[in-house]
Write a protein that binds this ligand. Sequence first.
Ligand code: GDP
Length: 197
Amino acid sequence: VSFNSARFLISASRLDECPADFGAEVAFAGRSNAGKSSAINCITNNGKLARTSKTPGRTRLINFFSLNRENCRLVDLPGYGYAKVSRDMKDDWQQHLGHYLNERQCLRGLVLVIDIRHPLTDFDQMMVDWCEHNQLPLTILATKADKLKFGQAKTTMLTIARKLKPYSCVQNLVMFSATAKQGLDEVRGILTNWLEA
Ligand code: GDP
């Protein structure tokens, strides 16, 4: 697959609005502001593809991007933990996301985007547990690595690796920076393996 060819396909607020469930998909999840949109934009070499958290609108929807290979898609899941959302909206979010994650047959793996300065929040842990329970391959993308000194970043990665050691679903732990394009080849390689398997 070529990630540079990614195009916006459709936004879905419910499972029945998603594209037909065949082919292969890789989904991106993360807390709001973790750097998920920037990571997707970096991977696809398209600064405008995923909306960053500063832009309201599509952020609460599941956004699908098509790739050049037929029925291969990247999926941007709604960010979690937006400071001002109400309890109801959180329930709503969990329900939609839960539906997608539980029902989607073509889902090959999940990329969990975390801010390297705030590793493994409660939400992140919940996602890891979910992947473990459902045996869905998981890649942890620790982004904004440029915000830390290399030694600090390395130490954080080791701490995360130690915490996640018991989880067999965790296939990769990548130090990433959208700003510095660090870890880009590695992530693209992982996505390619998942999508073309
Ligand atoms: P999202 O809510 O998870 O989609 O997060 P965004 O991609 O919108 O990023 C949130 C904020 O972090 C924005 O101000 C970005 O410019 C910034 N950001 C995202 N990725 C990086 C990165 O790799 N390095 C740095 N320094 N800032 C980043």
